[in-house]
Design a protein around this ligand. Structure first.
Ligand code: SF4
Length: 336
């Protein structure tokens, strides 16, 4: 991070900006309405088979774009043993919950012993199949990923980790070594980044980030539209920017390097993922696509269990196929 450069992409994530209070805000404190979906304090149950345990609001980073920055004004807190027992009781009583996400703040601010006690209790619940840890520690304080922590991960798997690199500048030898230690403990690591204006909002920057992640064996999982949190308008791009970035990456690099572009909808609507539209036109049995280079290619949209034509009929019909192609299209580029 270059502290005397206000445009440094890491500094922009970490150092408060006057724009947080001067730009007219469209955001709210809790855009995802997590408070509304909290079934007991700290336990968010929004989707049928998974829950989110918010164990603390303490975090070493205090990202300016943080979705839970509403908590900062309440000072540092950690859930009490009674709070945690209430969360565990809820999970014990809900057999649909097969996936538990530990989060915060950053839950790795808790000691490994403290985390292990929560994870140990979760492992006593038969219907909890996987545990996920959401943490930015491998990026911002990789020394936290020590042997004690890695041994704990090995003991209680299957555990998955979601971390949070936003730019290629954050991939350092130390963060790569921390990721390596986590993976060697049997924990797959995925990345969730947030799309931010002037920080990582171009195809080139995302390409470098995602290809860099693959080199350290981290799968780019989500690229999130920046949530409509109060005081983040200056960091937010349009949703179209995200779709265009995915369009600029698809085909030009491995699919493994392309994250899902997601919008976590306001009002607790949950995540949706967005893709560029490759469908140009469709008839009843065929779809016309534009590929990543804009070449038009027609695909059959029938299947063997839904026979539409017998072969002779198909042959006869093929001479009369009418494609629903907009007039502006260059018909010479159509491949049938
Ligand atoms: S690391 Fe995560 S929890 Fe911590 S401030 Fe950043 S976004 Fe919020």
């Amino acid at each position: 991070m270059v502290l005397n450069n206000p445009q440094d992409p890491v500094a922009m994530q970490a150092i408060p900006s006057i724009e947080e209070i001067t730009v007219k805000t469209t955001g709210v404190e809790d855009p995802l309405e997590e408070e509304r979906d909290s079934v007991v304090p700290g336990l968010v149950h929004r989707y049928p088979d998974r829950v989110l345990m918010v164990l603390t609001d303490i975090c070493p980073m205090l990202c300016r774009h943080c979705t839970r920055k509403r908590e900062w004004k309440n000072g540092d807190w950690v859930r009490t043993p009674d709070d945690i027992e209430a969360m565990l009781n809820y999970i014990r009583g809900n057999k649909n919950v097969r996936d538990v996400i530990l989060s915060g703040g950053d839950c790795l601010t808790l000691s490994t012993k403290h985390l292990a006690s929560v994870i140990h209790s979760l492992r006593q619940i038969n219907h909890v199949e996987i545990i996920r840890i959401g943490t930015r520690f491998p990026v911002v304080l990789p020394q936290r990923i020590d042997n004690e922590f890695c041994d704990m991960l090995s003991e209680y798997g299957p555990i998955w980790m979601n971390t949070h690199f936003n730019t290629v500048n954050e991939i350092t030898p130390d963060s790569a070594a921390a990721i390596d230690r986590i993976i060697r403990s049997g924990v797959p690591v995925n990345n969730q980044s947030v799309l931010m204006r002037g920080i990582n909002d171009t195809v080139e920057k995302q390409m470098k980030l995602c290809q860099g992640l693959l080199k350290i064996k981290v799968r780019p999982y989500y690229l999130f539209q920046c949530d409509e949190v109060q005081g983040t308008d200056h960091l937010r791009t349009t949703i179209d920017t995200g779709i265009k970035i995915i369009e600029g990456m698809r085909g030009f690099t491995s699919g493994l390097a392309i994250p899902n572009f997601a919008v976590d909808l306001p009002q607790g609507g949950g995540k949706i993922t967005l893709q560029p539209n490759y469908i140009v036109a469709r008839s009843e049995k065929e779809i016309l696509f534009s590929n990543y280079r804009g070449r038009m290619i027609n695909c059959n949209n029938t299947s063997a269990d839904q026979p539409v034509y017998s072969p002779p009929a198909l042959e006869a019909a093929s001479a009369n196929i009418v494609y629903n192609i907009p007039e502006v299209m260059d018909a010479d580029r159509i491949i049938v």
